[in-house]
Ligand binder design. Structure first.
Ligand code: 9L3
Ligand code: MG
Length: 138
């Protein structure tokens, strides 16, 4: 049983964004921690207490990429993380702005073939089938 302020039976969520535009998926290159630095991920981060996942992911994307977005449907399966956290991916629509690497080393748009060859963070690799299908649906 968990105790203490802010704890609940629900795991803390880390939300990640599958942003597709013109048939390409946005990847962002991590700068930390050291074992993930240089690898590519779906951008996003921890949902704070009191935030909905949609609001929290939109906030993370504003902070990390400088863009306004609309968070859509879940995609792929839940990925358990250390520390009673769970990683979830969402399809996200870009509303305004051009993604910039404000907290990453770089961002890039990839097609399905480039996605298959990208050095993804291990957590995000489980979503490759769904992400590839998403790209091919556009
Ligand atoms: N994480 C994995 N894949 C992702 C994201 C956004 C995050 N696509 C993992 C990396 C960290 C944790 O979740 O261990 C928290 O993410 P962040 O707040 O460092 O972005
Ligand atoms: Mg992040």
């Amino acid at each position: 049983m968990q105790t203490g302020a802010g704890n609940s039976a629900e795991p803390r969520e880390v939300a990640a964004a599958a942003i597709v535009d013109a048939g390409r998926l946005l990847l962002a290159q991590r700068v930390s921690p050291p074992h993930l630095a240089g690898l590519w991920e779906l951008p996003g981060g921890k949902i704070e207490a009191g935030e909905t996942p949609a609001d929290g992911l939109a906030r993370e994307l504003r902070e990390e990429l400088g863009v306004e977005t609309v968070v859509g449907a879940r995609i792929g399966s839940d990925v358990p993380l250390a520390g009673a956290m769970v990683l979830r991916a969402y399809v996200v629509e870009l509303k305004s702005g051009t993604p910039e690497a404000l907290e990453h080393a770089a961002v890039r748009w990839v097609d399905a073939e480039q996605l298959a060859g990208a050095d993804l963070v291990p957590n995000d690799e489980v979503w490759l089938p769904e992400l590839t299908a998403l790209l091919e649906s556009f």
